[in-house]
Every structure is written in structure tokens, then in C-alpha cells.
Write a protein of this length. Structure first.
Lengths: 473, 340
């Protein structure tokens, strides 16, 4: 082809596709030009020397790496990673999954580096297929137990966490010899789902929203014309509304922290006092082998309140400090100008409400008075969640039941801090907002009509405004 | 003492011998925790994109009696036997996804309709929903009050285009309410009537008001039951009439409380059809866990009600009851909100 003809052809192609190229909406990506907008203590905490000391001690404990024995003992015998802060790290401690190369670059997925960093023995552990250097930190669950032939049994729901790694082969693990779960077989039988960490910024505000506020909000949204009708996941013991976790399965931040310490890192504590076997090892087997117990040599629980402490932070257990850290973390600060400018963000916010996204992602709720710190009391929590669980349909269903939530029900994910998150949805399957929005549309899902409006009735410019608004959060 | 020790040891040995085969059999079983199945050459995968663990869900005591959520689209027509409703979809429009199960506040997404992929330029959505007026969280006793509430509580982001207006569609009474979102440049046209104590609502959304008007005109092809009316839609004719709050102590002759084995604190809205003799003929759980549905069914089938007499004759009718945790506390808790 002669150069002149090539240029002419190129010009025709550009003219043909230009409108699409100009107006096609895109996820602006992780917001970086405003610095890190999360991870700070509440102003009232920063103003109090005692509270700030608590917060800082909690933060230090949160990012500390645990070992089987030694100064920070208790890791294992099964675990997903050796530090809270390694998973909850984007864009600051308390956040969610990191990824290399994306602001603020924290390096490769730390789960992918556990062998390289000597956290686990490469002789007895492999990196599961779903842990990628540039992918999200994940925990894995098998929705169903396997039968004796290795087939998933739909009549035997499981759904518990299958820890990725074992301490076996480490010098400080003695003779404890444990296998990793068979993730490849679970993959082959499609009996595996994933969860990524939920950020805990603003968690104290969420904890301090009274049930009556949530119920009133639900009542106020009941007369909508968009197909939305959620419910709550009630705590099985006292009947109050659960609010933490992907399915709002946890009522208490303290219990959530204690459970995570036990499940994700294998550290027993005053709330979960034993080392945790895998679901099948406990329900159908004999628990953990004796030679995998008390590896730290401290007795149980491995994390305790320290009666010999000399100050509040040194007396408090690790779990207590995690709770203090999460309670005192301020909500993320949204940007009013980035990305896309103030007008686009304001327009996007209006559109977000107009087409019904805000029915589930309630922009704000007011907290009740707080005895912990004034910043938590009578405050506006801009969480963008109604804390209800909604049917998300077949595409997002993970077939894990937690409390009152069924296999396709999920809590409306709080969207505060969304602008600086990398991975979206419960399993981190999306890193593009459009992918996440599209996944809300499926058979059996409540959001289908709302997504159809976004997809088919808004102009590309309006869609871009919504994306800009979401990335401003 | 020594003999006793020997006897104990003997028993232990015997127990061990008896238990040994069982333990061997157990140990032969593959671990059920997802242990190493790498030698298994055949994978039998689970279906993808399927909701297999359902939680609280809709169910019924029989598979014959029509249910509100039982409608379907076939040959471009949405048919719902419960509501005796037939709606012809606009040409080239389709149901791409079916809706969620009924909610525990009695809200149904009956059908969601949109232009087919080849006809996206048309730009609109049709949503047909129903709200069981026995269980609604909205303070409304009938469809007229329900839409009036929607108008009164319309968010400031929207502008009213047409205040609540009575209209006739397909020779039946409806109420219509239109509003507009300036920021989205979208119009919502709502038309609602009442059938069997449910608000049945058609929600048309588009940027194009001419399209919306034409969609409303097309509604005249609809078939509806004779009762359909914003206030008077209370069943009758070929279907039972519906009576709110009939489950009161003065109407119950025999009653057996369900026994729940686990506290879950979820509301369990139930519609029941009661025959002329006062016996429960049909039970529809809008939202219940399977064990809850079984316990309640076992109990309700033993209940006896005072027959409902209409124009001098005992009459079959349907009513509602909430078991478990009730979102709104009733004044008389025992019959209308049975505690677990």
C-alpha cells in the first residue's frame, strides 16, 4: 500500500471510530494525585495523647509480622499470611489488597512471596494457582465438602476458610507435618471461591450506627421503583444486626478481629482460644495432629491480656489493639476535584442517586453517641452502604452461607475509599469499575434494572461522571 | 484392685479390637476437607453461575397452586397465573435476566424487560413488580395509598411530571404517577393497580417520553382479572378473596405453634389459603429457611380457623401471617408475630 493511501485509510478509520474513542467511558483508575487519603486516626483521637498512643500501638501490632516461635509467636500451624497489615495494606494499613506497580506501590502480592521470603518452606508448600504476583491477596473457601471420591457433595455445605499455607518444613515448626488443601482439585471441580480483605477504615463509625437507624433507612427505601429490597443478617445470639464482613456476618469488630487473627494467621486468642483446623479436619476428622499444637510453646491462648503491662497499650492483648486501631481509624477522605473535576464528580453523585445505586449504597448514616471518643459520636459516616444483604444473583453467587445470608446474598459493600482500591467485589475478580458494575447484573440479582439503566439509558458522558464520582471516594 | 485394673485393660483391648476395623475404614476414606485428591483422574465439576445454597427463599406447600413469583415469558408474552395477568412485550424487547426471589417484606420483581441487543437504540426499561400489602414496610393499606406515599416521599433529586392520577388501562382502573430526574434526563412513568391485595406496578423508564407514552398505550393489550383496581383489588371470583390480619385470636379455633430448632431472627412472611371449613389449604412462604418452612407447615396444617362467611356462605380466602422476627411489632403479638 502506498503511503498516501495508507494515510487516507487511517484518516477514514479514525473519523469512523472517533466518536467512540472520544466518548467511551473508562475507569480513571486508582486515584493517586491526591496522596493517600486514608489510614489516619480520627481528629478526636489525634487530640488525645492516651487515645493516640492506643491507636499507634494498635497500628504497630497490626503491621507486625508473626512467627511460630520467638518474639511474636503463635503463627500457624495453618495460615494465609503472617501479618494483618500485609493483606490490609492498600493504600495504607487498614486497607485492602495491594498490587505491585499501583499507587502506593507496595510490591508484589505478599502471598506470592511467602516462599521467597522464607515465611513458609518451599519444600512443603506451593503457591496456589490463584495467588498471582500482581493479583489480589485472597483467602479460599470450598463451598461444599468433598465426598470420599473427591467430588464436591452439594448436600454437605462447607464454606469455611481453607488456609493456603502450613508451617510444615520451617525450622521452628518441629515435626508438624500438614498438607495444603488440594486447591487444584477444587479448581477442577469448580468447588472453590475467594474472598479479599475488607478495608477497616471508618470501622468504628460503622460499629456505632444504631440498629434503629439502619431499620429506618430500610423503611425509607422500601417504596422504590427499581427492584431493590434487601434484608439484614442478624446475629444468631442476640438478634441484632450484623455489619462486618462480605456478608455482614459479624456483629462485633472485636470478635471479627479475634476471628481473623485465629483464621488468617493461626493465632489463638482470648476470643478464639484454640488453634484452628481446616473445616474438614474438625467436623469429620480428629482435629489438628498433636505435634502441630502449641508450637509456640507458650500454651493457649497465644495472644493474651498482659497483666504485667505498665500502660494501657502494653496491658492490652493484640486483638484488643487491633480493635482499638480499627475503631479509631477515620473514614477515607474523598476528593472533590479528582478525577475529572468538581463538576463531573458532583454530576456523577447525582446520577448515582438518580438511577438507584444509592438505594443500596446509602451515602451516609449518622452514628449514635460514643463513649470511646467524641469523633465516633453523632457523626456522619459517609460509608455508601445500607449494611443490608442483597441478592446479587447467579453471577456473583459464591454458595457460601454465613449467618442468615445465603449463597448469593452480600452486604452492600461500603464504597468509601473506593477511589484508592485496586480490586473489587468479594473475590477481587475485577480491577476495573466497569467490570464490577457489570457483575451486578445477572439472573436473580436485585441490581439488574439499575445496571440496565447505567448501561443503556445514560450517555457515555454521564457514565463517565459516575465513574469519576466513584473514584473520587 | 489389681483384678479391676486387669478387667479394665481387657475391656480396653476388646474395645480397641472392635474399633480397629471402623478406624481403618475411616482412615481409608479420603479426607473430606479438600485434602490431596490429585490422584483422582475424573473431575465432576459443579455448575457455574448457579445459586445452590439459597438461604431464606420462597417455597410452597404444593406445586400446583399458582404463586406470585411463578410468572414467565414465552413467545414474547409475560404470563402470571396468580395475578391472572398477561402482558405482551413490545416487539424486539426481551427479558434478559429473571429477578430475585421475593423479599421478606413481600416485594416481588415479576419481570424485567428491555430492548434486545439489536435494538438498544430504543433506550428504555420496563419493570413489573408486586408488593404484598400484608407485609409491606410502607405505611399503606392499598395501592392508592402506596403510590400516594411514593409521591409524597419523592426525593428532592426528582421532579413530579404528573401527580397521582386515576387512569383506565385495558378497561381497568390504575393510578399513574410520572416523575423526572433532571440530572439523569430520565423519565419514570408509574402505573399501578391492585390484585389479590398486592400492588402490581409497571415502571417505564426512558429519556424518550414518546416511547413511554407508546408503551403505556400498548398496555391496553393486557389481560387482567376483573377485580384489578387500586383499592378494590381484593380477590374474589375464581380466586380466594384476601383479608388482612385475619390471624387473630378471635378467629383461631385450634393452634399449634411451630417448633424452631435454631434462632435466626429473620422475618418469615407466609400467605395461607384457608378453605370453607377453616382448614389451611395452601401455604406460601415468601422467605424462609427450609427447616423453618417445614416446622411452620407442620404446625399450620393443624390450625383451624373460624370459617369466613361472605353473603351468608362460608368462603375460601387467603390471609397473611409473619412468623419469627417481625419488622413491625404488632399490637397483639401472639397471633400476628409468633416468636421463635
Amino acid at each position: 500500500m502506498k503511503p498516501a493511501k495508507f494515510v487516507l485509510l487511517l484518516a477514514v478509520l479514525v473519523l469512523f471510530f472517533l466518536p467512540e474513542m472520544v466518548f467511551a467511558q473508562t475507569d480513571p483508575g486508582v486515584r493517586s494525585n491526591t496522596g493517600v487519603n486514608a489510614g489516619q486516626p480520627l481528629a478526636s483521637v489525634a487530640a488525645s495523647a492516651n487515645d493516640l498512643a492506643f491507636f499507634q500501638a494498635g497500628r504497630a501490632q497490626f503491621i507486625e509480622h508473626q512467627t511460630v516461635t520467638g518474639d511474636n509467636p503463635g503463627l500457624g500451624p495453618r495460615f494465609n499470611l503472617d501479618s494483618c497489615g500485609a493483606c490490609h495494606s492498600q493504600p495504607a494499613p487498614g486497607g485492602t489488597s495491594p498490587a505491585s506497580g499501583i499507587f502506593p506501590n507496595v510490591g508484589s502480592n505478599p502471598q506470592s512471596q511467602v516462599i521467597a521470603n522464607g515465611i513458609v518452606s518451599g519444600a512443603t508448600n506451593t503457591i496456589p494457582y490463584f495467588v498471582l504476583a500482581n493479583g489480589p491477596v485472597r483467602e479460599a473457601r470450598f463451598p461444599f465438602f468433598f465426598d470420599q471420591f473427591g467430588f464436591p457433595n452439594p448436600n454437605a455445605p462447607n464454606g469455611g476458610v481453607e488456609d493456603l499455607f502450613t508451617v510444615s518444613g520451617r525450622a521452628d515448626a518441629g515435626a508438624c507435618s500438614l498438607q495444603q488443601p488440594s486447591f487444584n482439585m477444587a479448581r477442577a471441580t469448580k468447588n472453590i471461591i475467594f474472598r479479599i480483605p475488607t478495608p477497616v477504615f471508618g470501622a468504628g463509625l460503622m460499629a456505632n450506627i444504631d440498629d434503629s437507624t439502619l431499620l429506618a433507612n430500610r423503611g425509607a427505601q422500601a417504596n422504590n421503583n427499581l427492584g431493590i429490597s434487601g434484608t439484614f443478617n442478624h446475629n444468631g445470639n442476640d438478634g441484632t444486626i450484623g455489619r462486618f464482613g462480605w456478608k455482614a456476618q459479624n456483629k462485633s469488630l472485636m470478635i471479627f478481629a479475634g476471628e481473623a487473627y485465629n483464621v488468617e494467621m493461626g493465632i489463638s486468642n482470648e476470643l478464639f482460644t484454640q488453634d484452628r483446623p481446616l473445616p474438614g479436619e474438625d467436623q469429620f476428622g480428629s482435629g489438628l495432629p498433636t505435634n502441630c499444637l502449641n508450637l509456640a510453646g507458650t500454651g493457649y491462648p497465644e495472644d493474651i491480656t498482659h497483666s504485667d503491662g505498665t500502660s494501657a497499650p502494653t496491658v492490652t492483648s493484640d486483638v484488643g489493639l487491633f480493635n482499638a486501631f480499627a475503631q479509631f481509624l477515620d473514614q477515607p477522605k474523598p476528593s472533590t476535584t479528582s478525577p475529572g473535576g468538581a463538576a463531573s464528580i458532583a454530576n456523577g453523585r447525582g446520577l448515582f442517586s438518580a438511577i438507584g445505586c444509592a438505594l443500596c449504597h446509602t451515602p451516609s448514616l449518622t452514628t449514635q453517641p460514643s463513649k470511646l471518643t467524641s469523633g465516633l459520636g453523632s457523626a456522619i459516616a459517609n460509608l455508601f452502604s445500607d449494611i443490608e444483604i442483597h441478592h446479587m444473583g447467579a453471577r456473583l453467587a459464591d454458595n457460601v452461607s454465613q449467618g442468615g445470608a445465603g449463597g448469593d446474598q452480600f452486604r452492600s459493600a461500603p464504597l468509601w475509599g473506593l477511589g484508592q482500591r485496586i480490586f473489587f467485589l468479594h473475590d477481587g475478580r475485577c480491577s476495573d469499575l466497569l467490570c464490577a458494575i457489570e457483575a451486578h447484573e445477572s439472573n436473580g440479582g436485585e441490581a439488574t434494572t439499575v445496571v440496565a439503566m447505567f448501561d443503556q439509558l445514560l450517555t457515555p458522558s454521564q457514565q463517565q461522571d459516575i465513574l469519576n464520582f466513584l473514584r473520587s471516594l | 484392685m489389681h483384678t479391676a485394673v486387669l478387667r479394665s485393660l481387657g475391656r480396653l483391648t476388646l474395645s480397641a479390637l472392635l474399633l480397629a476395623p471402623a478406624q481403618t475404614a475411616l482412615s481409608r476414606r479420603a479426607p473430606q476437607d479438600g485434602g490431596d485428591f490429585s490422584q483422582n483422574p475424573q473431575a465432576r465439576p459443579l455448575p457455574t453461575d448457579a445459586i445452590m445454597v439459597k438461604g431464606a427463599w420462597a417455597s410452597a406447600s404444593d406445586s400446583v397452586t399458582p404463586l406470585p413469583e411463578g410468572g414467565s415469558v414465552a413467545d414474547n408474552v409475560y404470563t402470571n397465573k396468580y395475578f391472572a395477568l398477561t402482558y405482551v412485550l413490545p416487539p424486539s424487547w426481551t427479558q434478559k435476566y429473571y429477578g430475585p426471589p421475593p423479599s421478606d417484606s413481600g416485594y416481588y420483581v415479576l419481570v424485567q424487560i428491555r430492548p434486545g441487543d439489536a435494538n438498544k437504540v430504543t433506550g428504555g426499561t420496563i419493570l413489573i413488580v408486586a408488593q404484598d400489602l400484608f407485609f409491606t414496610l410502607v405505611p399503606a393499606a392499598n395501592t392508592l395509598e402506596f403510590i400516594n406515599h411514593a409521591e409524597e416521599k419523592l426525593q428532592a433529586d426528582y421532579k413530579v411530571e404528573r401527580a397521582l392520577t386515576p387512569v383506565v388501562i385495558a378497561n381497568h382502573s390504575f393510578v399513574r404517577f410520572d416523575y423526572f430526574s433532571p440530572v439523569a434526563e430520565l423519565h419514570w412513568y408509574l402505573l399501578a393497580t391492585q390484585i389479590r391485595c398486592h400492588m402490581v406496578q409497571f415502571v417505564f423508564t426512558s429519556r424518550d417520553t414518546k416511547l413511554l407514552e407508546s408503551l403505556i398505550q400498548d398496555m391496553n393489550q393486557m389481560k387482567l382479572p376483573a377485580e384489578a383496581s387500586p383499592i378494590l383489588g381484593i380477590g374474589g371470583g375464581d380466586v380466594p378473596i384476601c383479608i388482612k390480619d385475619y390471624v387473630r385470636s378471635e378467629n383461631i379455633i385450634e393452634r399449634v405453634d411451630p417448633v424452631f430448632t435454631e434462632r435466626k431472627f429473620n422475618p418469615i412472611p407466609v400467605r395461607i389459603i384457608i378453605d370453607k371449613d377453616g382448614k389451611v389449604k395452601h401455604i406460601h412462604f415468601l422467605s424462609a429457611f427450609p427447616d423453618q418452612a417445614k416446622s411452620i407447615t407442620d404446625a399450620l396444617l393443624q390450625w383451624r380457623f373460624k370459617p369466613y362467611v361472605r353473603e351468608g356462605y362460608p368462603t375460601e380466602f387467603e390471609t397473611g401471617i409473619i412468623f419469627g422476627y417481625a419488622p413491625k411489632a404488632a399490637e397483639e403479638p401472639s397471633p400476628s408475630a409468633v416468636s421463635e
